[in-house]
Design a binder for this molecule. Structure first.
Ligand SMILES: [Zn+2]
Length: 320
């Protein structure tokens, strides 16, 4: 079919161009985070998965597969712990007289590392920007920081694109992304924000999300000090307006992480959420002050400890 240039031809062409541009943008925006690449190596007696990292250095990866007559010498969850290339799974045939098969292997990853003990980070962080910006969603917010979600202790401050985003604490850059171009309230864009992630001396991580395209000003592995420029704010990923998303977290496995309650230096005498309102605008809705129920916190801690122990046991049985 060809378009004829009739009275509405140019409008149609504009529409086609718009649709094509939209498709192109979403293709670019939806390109997977290039940080983790997994390849398989097969032999007569088994199959190995290797992970290779490019734009990040700290990830936790969980693997599942449909297994027949094999054993995996590695735990289901493996962390990079600073390695750029590492073994993710090593399946070996169990009974040499029977056929073996590993099918449909899948992996999920999260930036970060597991902690055997979760530290108290009260007062260790500063605001990740200068001046004042309106808090549009605090911990337990009902847009995307729901109680029980993986962002429940996070903060969102509205700010114009291009606002300097600063390190909230001394740390090392362990993850960056800056190739995303699009932002919208669209679930499909949840993993398509530009970001910087820092690792801190106590093993916790802080994240700075929705940076503008090309808006990262630090390099992987770089040591940064509190207040140092990390990048420029933007509006990429799952977002309703230009803003900065910030949280402090540790990682439990390739699917799950836990954010930590944060108070900011200089304003630690009162509950953090109430203080944060002072940074922004009195009209900003006050986030609820109720904390995460202690039982859930305890459960998460126990889950993390158990996962660590399983990992250690599995590695001990690995031999060399
Ligand atoms: Zn957020």
């Amino acid at each position: 079919m060809t378009w004829r240039r009739g009275p509405h031809g140019s409008a149609k062409l504009r529409l086609v161009r718009l649709v094509l541009a939209g498709l192109l943008l979403s293709t670019v925006a939806l390109a997977a985070d290039p940080c983790v690449k997994v390849t398989q190596q097969t032999s007569k007696e088994g199959l190995e998965l290797w992970a290779e990292l490019s734009s990040c250095s700290e990830v936790v990866i969980s693997v599942t597969a449909d297994e027949t007559n094999v054993t995996n010498a590695l735990p289901a969850t493996v962390e990079s712990a600073g390695r750029a290339r590492f073994l993710l799974a090593r399946w070996q045939r169990l009974d040499r007289n029977e056929a073996w098969r590993v099918a449909d292997w899948k992996y999920k990853w999260k930036l970060g590392r597991r902690l055997s003990r979760v530290p108290d980070v009260t007062g260790l962080f500063r605001k990740p920007f200068e001046g004042t910006h309106k808090l549009i969603q605090g911990p337990y917010g009902t847009f995307s920081h729901f109680a029980g979600s993986q962002d429940e202790e996070a903060f969102d401050w509205a700010m114009p694109e291009g606002t300097p985003v600063l390190a909230a604490r001394d740390g090392v850059v362990v993850g960056t992304r800056s190739d995303c171009t699009v932002g919208a309230v669209d679930e499909a864009l949840k993993n398509d924000a530009n970001y910087v992630v820092l690792r801190h001396q106590d093993g916790t991580f802080s994240e700075y999300h929705h940076l503008r395209e090309g808006g990262v000003r630090v390099k992987l592995g770089e040591r940064v000090t509190s207040g140092q420029l990390l990048g420029e704010s933007g509006n990429t990923g799952y977002t309703s307006r230009p803003h900065l998303h910030f949280s402090v977290f540790h990682t439990l496995d390739g699917h799950t992480r836990a954010t930590l309650p944060v108070t900011f230096s200089g304003v630690t005498r009162e509950p953090a959420q109430r203080d944060l309102i002072k940074y922004g605008d009195d009209e900003a809705p006050a986030p609820p002050l109720n904390r995460r129920p202690p039982a859930r916190e305890q459960q998460k801690r126990e889950d993390a400890e158990r996962a660590l122990k399983e990992a250690a046991d599995a590695l001990n049985t690995l031999g060399d």
